[in-house]
Design a protein around this ligand. Sequence first.
Ligand SMILES: [Fe+2]
Length: 174
Amino acid sequence: MKLAWTEQLSVGNAVIDSDHKNLIKMIDDIVHAIGARDRHALAKAFKLLESLLCVHFANEEHIAQVIEFDFSKHKPAQQFSLKEIRRLRDELITKDGVWPDGAADHFTSSLKCWMIDRHIINLDMLMKPALQALGYEYWPSWKEGETNYTAGHTANLYMQLFDKPFVNSTISQL
Ligand SMILES: [Fe+2]
């Protein structure tokens, strides 16, 4: 099962779409590690996914606050997502690569269902009309003391975890 971002998943904003492409790439890495029963790669991929999720959730909350979008549904959903991802990680790490093929399929479809259906389609799409009205490239400036560190942070994390550079071409090939 290949996970891929498509135009139908666009929420109308370049930064949020880019985050989603990265997250889908990370979930695809996890799916590969599950298939390969590679405990080491799995732990690394989950660590990166959790870090990217935190950055992404901060980005979504930031733009929602600036455009005064009601974020009350997103906030508890974000916290639940992090808990669920950690629960899946712990379950997989505990199994130490020992699971039947059917179980791998189950974990894979759980991750896909969470990312594509529950997060992007059911939740983030609620923001699409408001985001589209601002133009695709719109991004609010950060207040003093805040830093939009997504790109650099992602690149650093990727280098730390995988010992190779995280290049933009990786994303555009999705
Ligand atoms: Fe999102």
